[in-house]
Write a protein that binds this ligand. Structure first.
Ligand SMILES: *Cc1c(COP(=O)(O)O)cnc(C)c1O
Length: 339
């Protein structure tokens, strides 16, 4: 099977497995796991934040951020197709008790003027705005890079209104590698940030959330409440260290593979590329070919290719280090014969 469903399907490298084997560990609930502490310090340094914390998943990292920033009854401003709104099981409502205020973005970027207009005024009838969430790269917008300038404008509006900003940066390293803008610079326009070690960076498990020391102290309590307090977690943090130290620059290869895939699929009659293909995600529209995304995916499966449906006619392909250029070529050959 050539698995292009997601960059989460990557298997840990040999070096990651060895690092897990060799990891010096302690009890992380007592904040005594040296490998976890090393990973958190490295992540905080890379992001230019005071403190960072390892969490078992990106979803938990985002939820901890919402829980830490907000109190129930507040409202969170976020993009209408954002992961926090679309793919996290309604958790911000179920656990944090906040209501989402969604704004439709342009390639994943919300209009700063619309963000400012959505901030609630002081009125007994209205919920208070508690948080603004950004996403970069934007998953459902096809791995779209949200421009630094857009983040800066929204951050300045947030500060003017005394509001915190959280960045769902699950794939922030993809944005950084593609633009040459450091993750630290992106992170300077958000108060807190979550990024995934387990996607294109290839670690088997885990995400990081980062912010001020005070934020992380509170976040640590929420992590424990959610069942995310792990014991000898250095075993899973050690591959994360390899991911951060060795796997960042090679994300450029994934972007190149996505570009090759997009240019090949775009020239297949009946298929259309929906996104700009800024990074490692390609969204293919099947409407002209007269086939639904679900049916197309079934056909692909028979050809030993895996992808996911993103809409009635939208299929998502994601490149990652476990797929070779040769396999991308095979995918293009097979699909051109299918349609
Ligand atoms: C994958 C993803 C997450 C969640 O990560 P998990 O580790 O799968 O929970 C959050 N935000 C975005 C944008 C993602 O793509």
């Amino acid at each position: 099977m050539i698995d292009l469903r997601s960059d989460t399907v990557t298997k840990p490298t040999k070096e990651m497995r060895q690092a897990a084997f060799d990891a010096i560990v302690g009890d992380d609930v007592y904040i005594e796991d040296p490998t976890i502490l090393e990973l958190e310090a490295l992540a905080a340094k890379k992001l230019g934040k005071d403190a960072a914390m390892f969490v078992p998943s990106g979803t938990q990292g985002n939820q901890i951020a919402v829980l830490t920033h907000c109190v129930s009854g507040q409202e969170v401003i976020l993009e209408a197709d954002s992961h926090i709104y679309f793919y996290e099981g309604g958790t911000i409502a179920a656990f944090a008790g906040v209501q989402p205020r969604t704004l439709k973005g342009n390639h994943g970027a919300m209009n700063p003027l619309e963000v400012e207009a959505a901030i609630r005024v002081d009125d007994i009838h209205q919920p208070e705005t508690g948080l603004i969430c950004l996403e970069n790269t934007h998953n459902r917008a096809g791995g779209a890079i949200v421009p630094l300038e857009n983040m800066k404008e929204i951050y300045e509006i947030a500060k003017k209104h005394n509001l915190p900003v959280h960045l769902d940066g699950a794939r922030l390293f993809n944005a950084s590698v593609a633009t040459g803008i450091s993750v630290e610079e992106y992170a300077s326009y958000t108060d807190t940030i979550q990024f995934c070690l387990s996607k294109g960076l290839g670690a088997p498990v885990g995400s990081i959330i980062a912010g001020t020391k005070e934020f992380i102290v509170k976040a640590r309590k929420w992590r424990k409440r959610l069942g995310g307090g792990l014991r000898q977690a250095g075993i899973i943090a050690a591959p994360g260290l390899v991911a951060l130290n060795k796997m960042v620059d090679r994300l450029a290869d994934d972007h190149e593979k996505a570009a090759i895939l997009a240019s090949g699929l775009g020239s297949v009659k009946g298929l259309e590329i929906e996104n700009k293909v800024d990074t490692n995600i390609v969204l293919v529209n099947t409407k002209e070919a007269g086939i639904f995304a679900d049916q197309f995916i079934e056909k692909l499966k028979e050809e030993e290719i895996l992808a996911v449906a993103f809409g009635p006619y939208t299929v998502r392909f994601t490149t990652h280090y476990d797929v070779t250029n040769q396999e991308i070529k095979q995918v293009l050959e097979k699909i051109s014969k299918l349609i």
